[in-house]
Design a protein around this ligand. Sequence first.
Ligand SMILES: [Zn+2]
Length: 221
Amino acid sequence: MSFVTGLQCRECGQNYPQEPLHVCETCFGPLEIQYDYEQIKKSISREKIATREHNLWRYRELLPIDGEPRVGLYSGFTPLVRAQRLGAALGVQQLYLKDDSVNHPTFSYKDRVVSVAISKAIEFGFDTVSCASTGNLANSVAAHAARAGLDCYVFIPDGLEQGKIIGSGIYGPKTVAINGNYDDVNRLCSEIGDKYGWAFVNVNLRPYYSEGAKTHVFEIA
Ligand SMILES: [Zn+2]
C-alpha cells in the first residue's frame, strides 16, 4: 500500500496522477511526489521503524512504491563514523560523518535513488531501464537492473575515462557513448525515453528517484 496522492509541480502547483512524468506541461517546472502525511503519521512510529531490516526500505511509508520493494534490499543504513580528530580541529565535541561510500552494491549514494527508481519502474511495467551518466549512476543502474533481470542501457559522454566504464560494464548493460558532453547526453536521453518507452531513472522517473535521497537524512535523524 502507498500513501502517495500524486505528483505536483513545484513551480505552479498543478497536480498530476502517479505516472512516469517529471515536467509540468504548463510551466515546465519539476514534479514532486505528494503524500498523505496525516495517514502516514497514523501508520508509523520511530519504534516501528527501529524493528525493521537495516536497509532504506525501513522508511517505505515515506517512499513512492505501492507494493513490495524489488531491489535495494541491502542499500542504505550506512554508518555514522565518529570523527574525533576532525571534531577537535573544528571545535565540535561530537562530530559524526555519514559514510555513504559503503552503500551496497556500488559504493555510492546513488544506490539509494536507483533502488527506489527501479522498484518503481517495475511497478510501472517497464522492461528496460536506463540513465544518462558520467559514472556512479551508470554503475548503480547497471547493478540494480542486473539484480532485477531488466534490460539496461547506459548513455555516457564519449570522453569518459575507461576506469569509470568498467564499473558499469561488469554488470553487462548496453553502454552507448555519445559524441558530446553530459548535457548533450541528457537531452538525447529525454528523446529516447519518449521514443522507446524506457524508464530513465534520472529523466522520466526523476520524481521517484529523488525520493530515495531522503533516506540518507531519515537515517541520520
Ligand atoms: Zn507547473
